[in-house]
Design a protein around this ligand. Structure first.
Ligand code: A2P
Length: 338
């Protein structure tokens, strides 16, 4: 059976990739509807070589849509996702609008796929990109030996902040090389040839919201509120692909050799861990444009008897957003989208 699918935010960095991944994976699309704001309504996006008309979300009638993939920001999701769900669609939402609601499942396809079934509001949330790639790698370790604590520092690319942010990095890089001013707009300070230890807004506890997403989402997805997470999230001048230096403390010791073997057979993971120059994943050499979560630099912590260090890299727009959303849609479709 084929489904009538809507992409909300079809002109954005994630929306465009959702379209290409639906085509690549031959998702059973009967009819495809592309939606965005009135700014880009009337234009087109490409799907399987065809030009699809972009329609204005504000005036679109969702009746008949069976699966809706939302990636147009939290406020758009808050307003329109319940309307699509009320009209009968299963909504797969890439924003953080519903992620922490108890009656909305938060799903990483390799980690907790069974959670898609209980969706009383007709909404399934797609996790934050940083949490997504971290848990694809850490869930098998947690299942095997238990993880007590996660220390993580992220190195996040600008595409996670959308198309305008990518344009800003390109523009600033050109400006800098021509001895002109950076003129920050989308980021609080210059991003070209720099890095920024702030993603999203500051919370009362001194952490940023992006950092707290790693805490809240890890516990919800693994279904374990006892896991301690200590995050620092940093924006770096990379276009595609997030990297993470992850230091875990396990309940029982896991050697680097055993961790490598465990991860080598974990779904969605590729181990790239040779002790030579270039024998590790980077956003440019491995992750960008690819589906896997790449793990390298696996080594035992010198300072803790049950500590393990990992370097985790993945394409934030693909596994971190569009790919996992489509994988959730596949799980929903396999169950008949009832
Ligand atoms: P538009 O092209 O009309 O601005 P990105 O994260 O790359 O910036 O993309 C954001 C996506 O969300 C775009 O497709 C954008 O459409 C869409 N979008 C933003 N605001 C709205 C809105 N109010 N209604 C519908 N779509 C929106």
């Amino acid at each position: 059976r084929r489904f009538k699918v809507a992409i909300v935010g079809a002109t954005g960095a994630v929306g465009e990739t959702m379209l290409s991944i639906l085509a690549e994976r031959k998702f059973p699309v009967g009819e495809l509807v592309a939606l965005a704001s009135e700014r880009s309504a009337g234009g087109t996006v490409e799907y399987r070589g065809d030009e699809i008309l972009v329609q204005d979300l504000a005036t679109f009638d969702p009746a008949g849509i069976e699966i809706a993939l939302f990636s147009a920001g939290g406020s758009v999701s808050k307003e329109y996702a319940p309307k699509f769900a009320a009209a009968g669609a299963v909504v797969i939402d890439n924003s953080s609008a519903f992620r922490y609601d108890d009656d909305v499942p938060l799903v990483v396809s390799e980690v907790n796929p069974e959670a898609v079934k209980a969706r009383p509001r007709g909404i399934i949330a797609n996790p934050n990109c940083s949490t997504m790639q971290m848990l694809v790698a850490l869930a098998p370790i947690h299942r095997k030996v238990g993880i007590e604590r996660i220390n993580v520092a992220t190195y996040q690319s600008v595409s996670g902040a959308g198309r305008a942010a990518m344009e800003e990095l390109g523009r600033q890089t050109g400006a800098m090389l021509n001895f002109q001013d950076a003129d920050p707009q989308r980021f609080p300070v210059q991003i070209a040839f720099n890095l920024i230890p702030q993603i999203d807004e500051f919370m009362d506890n001194g952490f940023t919201r992006e950092e707290m997403k790693l805490v809240w989402e890890t516990r919800k997805i693994l279904g374990d509120d006892s896991i301690q997470v200590n995050p620092t999230a940093v924006r770096v001048p990379v276009f595609y692909g997030h990297s993470e230096a992850v230091h875990i403390e396990t309940k029982t010791k896991l050697t680097a050799v055993d961790a490598r073997a465990l991860l080598a057979s974990a779904p969605g993971v590729e181990v790239v861990d040779e002790r030579r120059a270039g024998g590790y994943p980077t956003p440019v050499t491995h992750a960008s444009g690819k589906d896997a979560v790449y793990v390298g630099r696996i080594r035992e912590d010198l300072s803790h008897p049950r500590g393990l260090n990992l370097w985790i890299v993945s394409d934030n727009i693909r596994k971190g957003a569009a790919l996992n959303a489509v994988q959730i849609a596949e799980l929903v479709a396999a169950a008949g989208a009832e």
